[in-house]
Design a protein around this ligand. Structure first.
Ligand SMILES: [Zn+2]
Length: 335
């Protein structure tokens, strides 16, 4: 999250499932214990990341899954309320449907990895489907789609810059051994108001953003001023006006920070849209705060690596933009 704070006690039941609390208390011994347990959970889940992600293209048992997933992708990309939420549900059901295909394929080819992938799809596909089904009736809650598509070019500039940065510049500490924040070569393209990333070795990833009345209210109730909060399909912002006010460079940093939560954490570690992410996020938060949190600045998965890695790029472009604005104002005065 690029700054999100919700006090769970204040959160309405619907919003609580997506809420992230923030506290400024320092890390304590209990916090370290909870944090390390959450991290162990993440590492265990990450170790499943080497298993196959889908059944073989020639396995007919997997074809319904592929049909569901591709239809779900198109619907989720539509930007129409309910259709997009229904598309996310279709995608989750599609992943669950791949479980039997992978299990049969694993037995037929005597592949423990494929069997493991089948079990993983069963567990996480169920979680994703339940979560997506639970969210479907809440389609009335989010507001309008936010236009991320217009920033595709500047997001690609930022991605290219991140690849040129010395890893020491974005790493979050001695524990962080990442060579890159995203797989090298990751780029996006505009799809209406959404972005579609092509990620080497993983395929295409859709990122959307929506304004959220619930997120806006929760910020107000908790007297916080957080701008964006991750979702498995992208992120929410408080209002369209607040998002539009930001410079496009600031928007690009947030877009990639949230992509890190969405793709590197929710997808790669938690293997999809499931209910494990928020408990794992919320449990250590009261003890670690934002900076020390495993999802933000306290582990080799932290999304703050994006902000660190893009600091020079952002400052350079922000200064240039300000200079150009000043120059324009001067020349208007001259004419
Ligand atoms: Zn974050």
């Amino acid at each position: 999250m690029t700054a999100t704070a919700v006090t769970p006690a204040l959160a309405p039941a619907h919003a609580r499932r997506d809420a992230c609390p923030r506290s400024h208390r320092g890390p304590g011994r209990a916090g370290a214990r909870v944090g390390s347990r959450a991290l162990v959970l993440c590492v265990l889940l990450t170790s499943c990341g080497t298993l196959p992600t889908d059944s073989h293209a020639y396995n007919p048992l997997g074809w319904p899954s592929k049909a569901f997933q591709s239809t779900g992708f198109v619907a989720a990309d539509s930007g129409w309320p309910f259709v997009r939420e229904f598309g996310r549900l279709l995608g989750a059901v599609g992943e669950l449907l791949d479980a039997p295909a992978l299990l049969v394929e694993g037995v037929a080819t005597a592949s423990p990895d494929t069997l493991g992938a089948g079990l993983r799809h069963t567990v996480f596909g169920s979680g994703s489907t339940l979560t997506a089904a639970y969210n479907l009736p809440c389609f009335v809650m989010p507001g309008r789609n936010i236009d991320l598509g217009r920033d595709a070019e500047v997001v690609n500039e930022a991605l290219a810059f991140l690849e040129t940065v010395d890893p020491a510049e974005f790493r979050l500490g001695d524990f962080d051994d990442r060579e890159s924040v995203f797989p090298k070569g990751t780029r996006c393209r505009r799809s209406g108001e959404n972005l579609i990333y092509t990620i080497p070795g993983r395929g295409e990833v859709l990122q959307s953003a929506e304004s959220s009345i619930a997120f806006d209210w929760l910020n107000t109730l908790a007297s916080t001023s957080f701008g964006a909060q991750e979702r498995s399909w992208g992120f929410v912002v408080r209002t369209k006006a607040a998002w539009d006010e930001r410079s496009r460079y600031r928007r690009a940093v947030t877009i990639l920070h949230e992509l890190c939560h969405q793709e590197q954490q929710m997808r790669q570690v938690f293997v999809g849209w499931n209910f494990a992410y928020w408990p794992a996020y919320m449990a250590p938060f009261p003890f670690t705060g934002h900076e020390g949190h495993w999802a933000e600045g306290g582990s080799a998965l932290g999304a703050n690596a994006v902000n660190r890695g893009l600091t020079r790029w952002f400052v350079r472009n922000w200064r240039r933009e300000k200079s150009e604005q000043a120059l324009r104002q001067d020349s208007q005065r001259d004419s």
